[in-house]
Design a protein around this ligand. Structure first.
Ligand code: PEP
Ligand code: MG
Length: 570
């Protein structure tokens, strides 16, 4: 048995199809006819563009948007000019110039410590390979038609490969390179295909080997024994059964046995995720991370582009609430075209609302888009990284100014649009009571609240053990936020990852959290679990947890609670 890192859950049983991708490393060749080389390059570029355009016609959702981003990369005049300049200056062959031109951009992106941009550099490297393959007339294996139950084994699966894949016939994906937030991992999860990343051991897998894999545990069995196969088949059956049972929880209220009802909403990063939101019957969108619209764009998305996205979400929800969070950039999320200053402590620096209050005209573009889209449904505005009441007041003043501008222009918008804030900074949790008097709702962002409470950077593996929402200080901050909200009779939700943690949900229910916003695929399991809970016992649990002073004690208390008769999670 081999053990890798599971990046998409599920059991995969099938036969290996090896996708070999030889590195193309073109040599520099001096040429006389630079015009011919320029033409070779332009022709290759053009045919890759056409192929992608044709592919776009067959796609929808995330894959389609990513492919459209690829076309944008290939149409980038800077890139094209750079490659033409290399041919002219070095009097060299098209293949070499392509390698150098793309390479310069890739290197630049790789130097920036940002997982999103690192993923973009992979997209550009993918485009480079395609153009090179065309120039050198080396065509790739067709992955749009694969045999049934294929386990795709390859060093790396790029986004464009993933988009072309014959998904219905893929039982699993094993790669040597990949991270949990790569597009490949995201798409695998969307399509519920198990995926594992494994290092050197990948070489042990040969074409036509039979594979049994568990994307949850990272286990891979090459040519498994009947016993190993049976074991995984059993797990597969169980998962399938559980999923089928979960369908019974669609379109239901999320109420405890003793009839305490909460709302379960979904977090999204783009409109393409709305199908999953609706399929899982979320009671709305509790967090639209609007920064993804900005990050997926080469320049600031226009008011019109943003308006279309927000309107789509509003319309699809047919009256259910959608919370649009204004741009939360900075920290670990960068916008290259914005040229934010490099900071020593980016998480403590120029981020989110701080940037907007400093660039009001930019803030207004997004506000106009949200407000105009609010005429088409039940949209709310959420302000991230609020640390003081002054920031809230300043932001609300800007919102009022934009509303006035729209009134003057006679543009429709929802007059009573709710304005809420994220509680993700300790100062906001401490001042919750005061902040609640001046806004319409809270949403607790535990991802950041944990990092700022514990002084533990959220993506830093070295201190990952200290990062937990089970810490008593975090739980006390959550309590402060909920109590502060309820004193002013406003709703308190949570959109950090903790809201979807089934082990944490009883505490949150007990503390009186009104709304839980999570990955859409987690909604039905969470709803099922909540229906097995008893509000009174959750309140007792929360009370007991609040009297404890260590994470270890709290985790033990929760474990005991889960083991209690009647509370055993099935
Ligand atoms: C959070 O901080 O919990 C949150 C939901 O926001 P993000 O993860 O986008 O920072
Ligand atoms: Mg946050």
């Amino acid at each position: 048995m081999l053990k890798g890192k599971g990046i998409s859950d599920g059991i995969g049983l099938g036969t290996v199809v090896l996708l070999k991708k030889e590195e193309i490393k073109p040599e520099k060749v001096k040429v006389e006819e630079i015009q011919t080389e320029k033409e070779i390059f332009q022709k290759a570029l053009h045919s890759v563009q056409i192929e992608i355009q044709e592919l776009i016609g067959t796609l929808s959702g995330t894959e389609k948007e990513i492919m459209q981003a690829y076309v944008t990369i290939l149409q980038d005049p800077t890139l094209v000019e750079q490659i033409i300049a290399v041919i002219e200056q070095e009097k060299c062959n098209a293949a070499y110039a392509t390698e150098i031109g793309f390479g310069q951009i890739i290197q630049m992106l790789e130097k920036i410590e940002d997982s999103y941009l690192a993923a973009r550099s992979k997209d550009i490297a993918d485009m480079k390979k395609k153009v090179l393959a065309k120039i050198l007339q080396q065509e790739e294996r067709d992955v749009s038609q694969l045999p049934k139950n294929t386990i795709l084994v390859t060093k790396e699966l790029t986004t464009s490969d993933t988009a072309k894949l014959d998904l219905k016939n893929i039982a699993g994906i094993i790669t040597q390179v990949g991270i949990g937030n790569s597009h490949m991992a995201i798409m695998a999860r969307i399509h519920e295909i198990p995926a594992i990343v494994i290092k050197e051991e990948i070489k042990q897998m040969k074409e036509n080997d039979r594979i049994a894999m568990n994307g949850t545990t990272g286990e891979i069995f090459i040519n498994p024994s009947q016993e190993e196969r049976n074991k995984l088949e059993e797990i597969q059956k169980e998962v399938k059964k559980q999923k089928e049972q979960l369908q019974n929880y669609k379109n239901q209220k999320s109420s405890t046995i003793d009839d305490h009802t909460v709302e379960l909403l979904a977090n999204i990063g783009g409109t393409e995720e709305m199908d999953t939101v609706l399929k899982n019957t979320a009671e709305g969108v509790g967090l639209f991370r609007s920064e993804f619209l900005y990050m997926n764009s080469k320049d600031f998305p226009s008011e019109e582009e943003q308006f279309e996205s927000y309107r789509k979400v509003a319309e699809k929800l047919q009256g259910k609430r959608a919370v649009i969070r204004t741009l939360d950039i900075g920290g670990d999320k960068d916008l290259k075209y914005m040229k934010l200053p490099k900071e020593k402590n980016p998480f403590l620096g120029y981020r989110a609302i701080r940037i907007y209050l400093d660039n009001v005209s930019l803030f207004k573009v997004q506000l106009r888009a949200i407000l105009r889209a609010s005429a088409y449904g039940n949209l709310a505005i959420m302000l991230p990284m609020i640390s003081s009441i002054e920031e809230l007041r300043k932001a609300k003043n800007v919102i009022e100014e934009v509303k006035e501008e729209l009134r003057t222009k006679q543009k429709a918008f929802r007059e009573k649009i709710e304005v809420g804030i994220m509680i993700e900074i300790p100062s906001a949790a401490i001042m919750a009571e005061e902040l609640a008097k001046e806004c319409d709702f809270f949403s607790i962002g535990t991802n950041d609240l944990v990092q700022y409470t514990m002084a533990v950077e959220r993506g830093n593996e070295k201190v990952a053990d200290l990062y937990t929402h089970f810490h008593p200080a975090v739980i006390r901050f959550i309590k402060l936020a909920i109590e502060g909200a309820h004193k002013s009779h406003i709703l308190c939700g949570m959109c950090g990852e903790a809201a979807g943690d089934l082990d944490f949900i009883p505490i949150l229910i007990g503390l009186g959290l009104d709304e839980f916003s999570m990955n859409a695929n987690k909604i039905l399991p969470a709803r099922k679990w909540i229906k097995e809970l008893d509000f009174k016992s959750c309140q007792k649990l929360a009370e007991e947890v609040l009297s404890l002073s260590s994470t270890k004690e709290i985790k033990q208390k929760v474990k005991n609670y889960l083991l209690q008769e009647g509370n055993l999670r099935k």
